[in-house]
Design a binder for this molecule. Structure first.
Ligand code: IPM
Ligand code: MG
Length: 373
């Protein structure tokens, strides 16, 4: 029996292309693992009315971790239009499988490193080394949403909050409500992980990115917990920024920042911004980590128009494999993989179209694999 069992979920669009690239380097590294393929994505939504079938959840439960390609997520109406004719009107409701997986497997921490590798012509600057810690199960992604607003929710809000009064006369079908739910535990956990990371990798600041001047209770809770936790880490400064200003500062002086920590939605937004600073989504890796399980996926989407063309940059996926190896405790393999990736980027000989090259997704993976041996 192999040492590890890894769930293998290519998902939609280019997910398949980049997973093939991942397999090339994993084979070259001779990771002692069995890869168990699982169904997930748009195809299963259309055919089965469920983009994340129960059989896939079962596979994940029987594995050590999961490698995930990419997923297509569409808003409600568009999703409903595409479900197969015999399933229509059966009340299937589309929900993003990746968001569901994060919640069902309690993958509370989304780690998104954004490092400028030397020689990448798309780097905004060469001295950027950011890591985003994004809370991954709560906030605006909690899924507690209403439209129309139920009468009892309206009544209860009117009873409990004076600010609700100005919405009183508006018809319930003209009000939509999405709840931004933060728990103290999740705030503490994400901030603590950011500080632990800073301690381990000798980073001297952690920046908490929220908006407590306006969103007083949720962002406020995060900031208050961050201040308490920071006291346990002398030598690491806690910086507090508002998310809007942070976007400006990241474009102006990204080299001044190191570890960023934020809630789910703001973390989603700033991690795309950070990705663009280091060459775009083609270089942005991510790890969804919980207490008992972890799922690894590049930050990019499924780019359906490029599906199966082997055109897209696999570096985000290869860096994601590196995060998976770190998680499995395969530090030596992880380091070797990162070194090879860095070397291929620096040499600049084998490049995908986003970098002005003509190499395919798999050419890049083979070049990285070659450097491993
Ligand atoms: C991400 C993506 C997802 C998210 C989508 C696909 C649901 O943007 O992983 O950043 O919003 O979290
Ligand atoms: Mg995103």
């Amino acid at each position: 029996m192999a040492k590890y069992k890894i769930a293998w979920l290519p998902g939609d669009g280019i997910g398949n292309d980049v997973m093939e690239a991942a397999k090339i380097v994993l084979d070259e590294l001779k990771l002692d693992a069995d890869y168990i393929p699982g169904d997930v994505g748009w195809e299963f939504w259309k055919k089965e009315g469920n983009p994340l079938p129960d059989r896939t959840i079962k596979i994940l439960k029987e594995t050590d971790c999961c490698l995930f390609g990419a997923i297509t997520s569409k808003p409600k109406e568009e999703a409903e239009k595409e479900v197969s004719a015999e399933l229509k009107e059966k009340g299937h409701v589309y929900s993003s499988p990746i968001v569901r997986l994060r919640q069902e497997f309690k993958l509370h921490t989304n780690l998104r490193p954004c490092k400028a590798y030397k020689g990448n012509p798309l780097n905004y600057r060469d001295d950027i080394d950011l890591v985003v810690f994004r809370e991954n199960t709560e906030g605006l992604y909690s899924g507690v949403e209403f439209h129309p607003l139920p009468k009892e929710v309206m009544d209860s809000l009117l009873e409990n909050h004076s600010k609700m009064k100005r919405f009183k006369e508006i018809p319930l079908e003209d009000i939509a409500l999405s709840c931004r739910i933060f728990t103290r535990k999740a705030c503490q956990s994400i901030v603590r992980q950011a500080f632990e990371y800073a301690k381990k990798f000798k980073r001297n600041s952690v920046t908490v990115v929220e908006k407590p001047n306006v969103i007083r209770e949720t962002s406020g809770l995060m900031i208050r917990e961050a201040r308490k936790i920071a006291q346990e880490y002398p030598g690491i400064e806690l910086w507090e920024t508002n998310v809007d200003a942070m976007c400006m500062w990241l474009v102006k002086n990204p080299q001044n920042y190191s570890v960023l920590v934020s809630s789910n939605m703001f973390g989603d937004i700033i991690s795309d911004l950070c990705a663009q600073l280091i060459g775009g989504l083609g270089f942005a890796s991510s790890a969804n980590i919980g207490d008992d399980y972890a799922l690894f996926e590049p930050t990019h989407g499924s780019a359906p128009k490029y599906a199966r063309q082997y055109k897209v940059n696999p570096m985000a996926m290869l860096l994601t494999v590196k995060l998976m190896l770190d998680y499995l405790g395969e530090k030596e393999l992880a380091q070797r993989l990162e070194n090879s990736i860095a070397q291929v980027i620096e040499e600049g000989k084998v490049r995908t179209y986003d970098l002005g090259g003509t190499a395919s997704t798999l050419d890049v993976a083979r070049e990285v694999a070659k450097k491993l041996s």
